[in-house]
Write a protein that binds this ligand. Structure first.
Ligand code: PMV
Length: 323
């Protein structure tokens, strides 16, 4: 059987950085994100008796990414199937540069793969399965503004806190990197949780920080959501910078964009920055403020792309296959 799904990337607003169980990707802390409607992955999966081995094509190139093959094994195990799969996946943005293509990628693979294997999973089961592929992918399953709980394996699922249209929220994804990030997030998380003296302090700070973010979402307050995401960015990067060896994900251009955001704010435009594990910067705020900051950010040295995005919806099956 063949199925196709489309999923959005997401941006951590209260970020996930650390696991209590690496194999099952159980996160150390709950995290909250917003899906990005403009950054999507489309994936078609076909399981068939005619295939002798799994085949993967990612952005028009043949790939042997073991994480994808492991994920197909998880789906086969649930479906009690031994059929091999053909997977074709296309990103609407460059992968591996800090715009979280693993989130949209594993969310789309999970939803398409489960359907192609004939599984009828609940949204919670789909979110859990996506988490096993990539932690942040679980949050792309419900879409909108979602919280990934940090419980045990079965209960660490993402739940929706607000719908994509509930807040006047916009993100400008400011690209400054065209290369893969230097330390993949799984390795980076391991280094930080084991060595940063600030990591225990982060876990303590997160309890009220999460509560403030949930309250800002309940109050439908986009400026407060954007502000709290900036506070959390600096908190998470403080744990990365104080890891041993240090994790410096930012480049000079990252800091130039951050400076431009601070300057925009000083001149009365309410925009805030947010950076995941990479060089690129998200700039968040109300639609009118993000529009007002756009040309200033385009002019910053080192900026190679600007994509404006509204909040996105859930990962969904789609009638248009890639093969
Ligand atoms: O994409 P993952 O599951 O490897 O985790 C990345 C985590 C951050 O992007 C750095 C933060 C977040 O919450 O998305």
């Amino acid at each position: 059987m063949k199925a196709t799904a489309v999923a959005c990337a997401n941006q951590g607003l209260i970020k996930y950085w650390g696991k209590t169980d690496e194999a099952l990707r159980v996160p150390s802390n709950p995290s909250i994100s917003v899906c990005l409607a403009a950054l999507t992955t489309r994936t078609t999966v076909e399981f068939s008796d005619r295939l002798e081995h799994d085949e993967l094509t990612l952005d028009h190139r043949s790939s042997t990414d073991p994480r994808v093959f492991q994920h197909l094994d998880r789906i086969r195990e649930l479906a009690r199937s031994s059929q091999r799969a053909r997977v074709v996946s296309e990103n609407g943005f460059p992968p591996g540069v800090g715009f979280a293509s693993s989130a949209s990628g594993f969310a789309a693979l999970t939803v398409a793969g489960a359907a192609a294997a004939g599984l009828d999973l609940t949204p919670s089961a789909l979110s859990r399965l996506a988490r096993l592929g990539s932690g942040s992918a679980s949050r792309s399953v419900p879409g909108g503004f979602a919280e990934l709980l940090a419980e045990d394996d079965t209960r660490s699922i993402a739940v929706r806190l607000a719908g994509p249209d509930d807040l006047d929220f916009r993100t400008l994804a400011v690209g400054v990197a065209e290369t893969e990030k230097k330390v993949p997030s799984s390795a980076g998380m391991r280094i930080t949780t084991r060595t940063s003296p600030f990591f225990p302090a982060r876990l303590e700070y997160l309890v009220p920080a999460l509560e403030r973010m949930r309250a800002a979402l309940r109050a439908r307050n986009p400026v407060e959501v954007a502000r709290l995401a900036e506070v959390d960015t600096l908190n998470m990067h403080a744990t990365m910078l104080t890891s041993d060896p240090p994790l410096v994900y930012w480049s000079g251009a990252t800091l130039e964009v951050i400076r431009a955001v601070l300057d925009a704010r000083a001149s009365g435009i309410a925009v805030y920055f947010s950076v995941d594990a990479g060089e690129n910067v998200f700039v968040n705020g109300r639609a009118s403020d993000v529009a007002a900051a756009r040309e200033r950010l385009r002019a910053v040295r080192g900026v190679s792309s600007l994509v404006e995005s509204a909040p996105g919806g859930p990962a969904r099956l789609d009638p248009q296959p890639l093969f």
